[in-house]
Every structure is written in structure tokens, then in C-alpha cells.
Design a protein around this ligand. Structure first.
Ligand code: PLP
Length: 375
């Protein structure tokens, strides 16, 4: 089976892990945590990084840090992982969904304004599959409305966006909003196995995230708490792996980009299959290799994925829309909501093997199998 994802761990990972074991520093108090925070934040052009135990926790800590609480609304795309909604719900806030741009599968910024209410505290653009969200319209809207922006940069480590709004220059995804949450799960470009980080330029936002990560201990009085926080800490072991990974991020992105070119060339000759496109204002890091089937082919993603599996090729489906999630609907959320472009993407989209270990020959095998699966 050609796997859908495989991490590359042959840099300094083992050496740094051995340092943790030899020194006895395995908890979050160890020195790699701060080193990893500084290195990753610097790579994303952010002043502060707060490492946490996973990306879902990072989203929650970031929303908390931006002041989200009971009764607030958080606008997010329907096409995303449930973590985004869960993070809002755990703080007593309500997720509000908008549909996607069918070209990029990212949140359609033209739909945000109509969803704003006096309770909108945060808008959460989620950069999808390595490609930037079109941030400028949102940055302009923020000037008029004063909500905060939390970028979900789990899928775009190192990706960039050309922002006219921010001075006509290439900006890192994750460096444009008021805060950013990211994940270092094993399939992400930089991985710690499980892990996440909150990023911000504002020291006060970072301090609030840091406090939430560690049970909201009061700095001036140990074991005295005036707010509820959680244990979202990252261990020194995870951070050791993360630091070794950040050292190679440029190499990883170059590999991802090369693999994308192989896929693009091979898929060009397969009719009725749209490979992810990169907008002129985006520099993608090609986190995964996503395709969408032309409905005219009369085949849905689920069928083709099943056929690919029978041919030894692992794939992953697209996100099922949050408005379709029973666990959320049962809470009375999204009643009557329709997000047809998200539904369409779920029905016809999936992604192909996307690991860093792919070779040109393997990509050719994948595309040959896809061709057979479409017959
Ligand atoms: C992976 C991912 C997350 C969640 O990260 P975990 O570390 O698995 O909790 C959040 N948002 C997006 C867009 C992701 O892809």
C-alpha cells in the first residue's frame, strides 16, 4: 500500500531526543520547548510562540487569548476539521459557518460580512491543503468592524500570501491575523507526533495563551487561580523532535513542491480530474495533493477512493461540512444551514498519497491507478 503520509525523521531528531533522555529533562520544563517555540515563531515571522499538546488545544488557547467567551460568535469555514468548532464551543462561544471558494476550497471571504453580528468576536480563516486563504478582504473588513482574526495555519507551514492590504508584500500564512493556531500532528509539514502552537505578535495575547496552557496559575501566587485553564503543555521530547524538524522546513517545502510538479504533469493528461490550483497571490506548500472529480464523469470520490485502495493506493476524503456533523447538529447548531460548495467538495474531492518519501516513480504508479479507477 502506498501510504497517504509518512514523516521524515532523519535529521537531528534522534540526537535531540537522546539529549532529553541523558539529561532527564522530559517534561514541559525542558529547554527544547522554548527553543522550538522561538524557532517556529521566527520561521512564521511571529514574535511569540506558545507550544501546546495538539492543534485542537492551540485553537482553544488562541480563542481564549483573544478574549472569546460565553455568548460570543466565531465565524469559520464549513469546510474544516471539527477542532475549529469544538474550540469555540468549549469556551461557550457559537461557531458560525460560511461556505468556501470552490477554486481553493478556502473560506469565501465575500460571505463573511453577511454573517457578522454584534456578537462576532473572532473570524477564523483556515488555510487549506497548503494554500493561503485570500486574506485582504478580511483584513479590510476588520478595519471597519473590529473583530479579531485567528488564522488556522495547521496545513500551511511556510506558505505565503501576497497582501496588498499589508503593504504589497509576501506575508507568511499565520503572520497576518491577531493570533495563529497550528498543529504538529504526524502528517503536518513540521511534526512533533502530537503537538500544536499558538503564535502572536502581541505579548499580552501570548501571555494569556501561556497561562491557559498551564492551568491559569497566577504568576505572583502559586496554586491560586482566578480563571480556569487546562494542562495543554508540550513535553521536551516533542519539542526536541519539533526543533529538528524546523531546521529542515525549507527542504521539506522544496520536496513537497517537487512532488506537486510530478503530480501536476502526470494528472494533466487525465480528463475530468482537477488538481489543486495555486492562485497568483499564493505560494502553496502543497501540504497534500488534492483532486476534485468532474461530476460529469458520473463518479463520486468515495467510489474512486475504494477502487484506489484495491489497487494499493491510500487516499483520504475531504472534510465533511461542519453543518453536516451530527454531534454539532444535535446541539441545535446550524439548523437549516446550507453550504453547497462544501457539500460538493466533500462529494467529489479527496487527496492522493502526500508523504515526503514519494518518488517520481511512485507518483506515476498512483496516477496510473487513478486512471484505471476512473474507467
Ligand atoms: C490537523 C488540523 C487541526 C488539528 O490539529 P490536531 O493537532 O490534530 O489537534 C486543526 N486544524 C486544521 C486545519 C488541521 O488540519
Amino acid at each position: 500500500m502506498i501510504p497517504v503520509s509518512e514523516p521524515l525523521l532523519d535529521g537531528n531528531e534522534k540526537r535531540y531526543l537522546a539529549e532529553c533522555i541523558d539529561s532527564g529533562w522530559i517534561s514541559s520544563e525542558g529547554p527544547f520547548v522554548a527553543k522550538f517555540e522561538a524557532a517556529f515563531a521566527a520561521r512564521l515571522d511571529r514574535a511569540h510562540g506558545v507550544a501546546v499538546c495538539n492543534g485542537t488545544a492551540a485553537l482553544e488557547a488562541a480563542l481564549y487569548a483573544l478574549g472569546v467567551g460565553e455568548g460570543d460568535e466565531v465565524i469559520m469555514p464549513a469546510f474544516t476539521i471539527i477542532s475549529c468548532a469544538v474550540a469555540a464551543l468549549r469556551l461557550g462561544a457559537r461557531p458560525v459557518l460560511v461556505d468556501i471558494d470552490p477554486e481553493t476550497w478556502c473560506m469565501d471571504m465575500a460571505l463573511v460580512e453577511a454573517s457578522l453580528t454584534p456578537r462576532t468576536k473572532v473570524v477564523m480563516p483556515v488555510h487549506i491543503f497548503g494554500h493561503a486563504v485570500d486574506m485582504d478582504p478580511l483584513l479590510r473588513l476588520r478595519e471597519r468592524h473590529g473583530f479579531k482574526i485567528l488564522e488556522d495555519a495547521a496545513e500551511v507551514h511556510g506558505a505565503e500570501y501576497f497582501s496588498r492590504q499589508l503593504g504589497g508584500r509576501w506575508m507568511k500564512c499565520g503572520a497576518m491575523g491577531d493570533a495563529t493556531a497550528t498543529s504538529f500532528y504526524a502528517n503536518k509539514i513540521v511534526t512533533t507526533g502530537e503537538g500544536g502552537m499558538v503564535l502572536a505578535d502581541d505579548a499580552a495575547v501570548a501571555a494569556r495563551a501561556r497561562s491557559y496552557r498551564n492551568l491559569c496559575f497566577r504568576p505572583e501566587r502559586r496554586f491560586y487561580h482566578t480563571e480556569i485553564g487546562y494542562n495543554f503543555r508540550m513535553t521536551n521530547l516533542q519539542a526536541a523532535v519539533g526543533l529538528a524538524q524546523v531546521e529542515r522546513i525549507d527542504e521539506f517545502i522544496a520536496m513537497k513542491t517537487r512532488i506537486a510538479a510530478w503530480y501536476r504533469a502526470a494528472l494533466g493528461a487525465v480528463p475530468g480530474v482537477r488538481f489543486m490550483q495555486v492562485q497568483p497571490w499564493a505560494r502553496s506548500v502543497y501540504w497534500v495533493y488534492a483532486v476534485e472529480l468532474d461530476p460529469a464523469r458520473g463518479l463520486e470520490a468515495a467510489t474512486v477512493m475504494e477502487r484506489l485502495k484495491a489497487r494499493g493506493v491510500a487516499t483520504r476524503p475531504f472534510f465533511l461540512g461542519l453543518h453536516q456533523q451530527p454531534a454539532l447538529r444535535e446541539r441545535g447548531l446550524f439548523a437549516g444551514a446550507t453550504h453547497p460548495r462544501t457539500d460538493h467538495a466533500y462529494r467529489f474531492g479527496f487527496y492522493l498519497p502526500s508523504g515526503l518519501t514519494l518518488t517520481e516513480a511512485t507518483v506515476a504508479r498512483v496516477v496510473a491507478a487513478l486512471r484505471e479507477a476512473l474507467v
